[in-house]
Design a protein around this ligand. Structure first.
Ligand SMILES: C[S@@+](CC[C@H](N)C(=O)[O-])C[C@H]1O[C@@H](n2cnc3c(N)ncnc32)[C@H](O)[C@@H]1O
Length: 279
């Protein structure tokens, strides 16, 4: 089933958390003078027009990047880093476009780095291919990112960041994502991995956590941002599970999550920042 289109959700509160964490990881990993490999298992189209039909229909971005764009007070450092990227994608003063996960990587990777993007949807793949195929550092594949990523690990650079951002339109994604990361970690134990998850049914997330904890993988952190209680219908929170995070990530998230919960949560916001499994 390939009915999910990220254009309806681009720039919402969940994208803010996902891309803010990704920017922190990329900033840290590209600070060392050694080549890095970036792998995006579910890349999407790479960029979204916020003033066109899909985003305008849901208006989800208004409660995400739309709110942050308007804030003039001093921002926590990680929020400022993320917003700097989104502003680079919008050279004009108004917010018109929102970058997809591969664009953040393209912006932050250096000449010596390399990226592989996987996207199955024919139209999203075509858009993604058009945007990134001229960049010699990038390879774009219309393949199942869960399955195909395994052949690329471990990377020859021996340093890598894998972002896994499935649509969860089939419930099996909750299980496949964890299985794939456990397998990937067996092949490449020192890589940094980030898995985005939506909180629609909390029990599914608790199951995922239990499976990571039981896997024997060490050094796992979790960051979650919610805008309303779990008992309300729909997706009111989402999170990132990060394996082998940069040592700087938790303090950066502790610093910015209270701000984000307040700015995007409208008095009902909440957050979690925790070490799921110690080093
Ligand atoms: C949440 S969106 C990705 C958004 C993107 N990571 C971003 O942050 O801009 C999930 C994408 O995965 C694609 N997709 C679904 N199943 C896939 C699979 N097995 N392998 C690769 N891509 C898949 C969908 O077409 C959709 O574009």
């Amino acid at each position: 089933m390939l009915s999910y289109l990220h254009g309806f959700h681009a720039g919402n509160f969940a994208d803010v958390l996902k891309h803010l964490v990704s920017v922190q990881i990329l900033n840290y990993l590209t600070d060392k003078p050694k080549p890095l490999f970036y792998l995006d298992t579910h890349a999407g189209s790479g960029g979204f027009a916020l003033l066109k039909a899909q985003a305008q229909k849901t208006q989800e971005y208004q409660n995400g990047i739309g709110k942050l764009w308007e804030i003039s007070e001093p921002l926590p450092a990680a929020v400022a880093d993320y917003l700097e990227q989104v502003r680079q994608f919008n050279p004009q003063p108004e917010l018109k476009r929102y970058p997809g996960s591969p664009w953040f990587a393209q912006s932050l990777l250096r000449d010596e780095d390399r990226a592989s993007l996987f996207e199955l949807h024919p139209k999203e793949f075509a858009d993604c291919h058009k945007k990134f195929s001229k960049d010699r550092r990038f390879r774009i594949y219309q393949e199942d990112g869960f399955h195909a990523c395994m052949a690329q690990l471990p990377p020859r650079e021996k340093r890598g960041y894998v972002l896994m951002d499935p649509p969860y339109e089939v419930k099996q994604d909750y299980r496949t994502a964890v299985d794939t990361l456990i397998q990937a970690h067996k092949k490449f134990a020192t890589g940094t991995y980030a898995l985005w998850y939506p909180v629609v049914e909390r029990s599914r997330i608790i199951q995922m956590e239990k499976r990571f904890i039981a896997s024997g993988i060490r050094n796992i952190q979790r960051f979650e941002l919610g805008i309303a209680s779990d008992i309300l219908p729909g997706m009111n929170a989402s999170g990132m599970i990060v394996i082998n995070p940069p040592w700087t990530l938790k303090s950066a998230m502790d610093d910015c999550l209270p701000f984000l919960a307040n700015a995007l949560g409208d008095r009902q916001g909440f957050y979690r920042s925790e070490q799921l499994v110690p080093e």
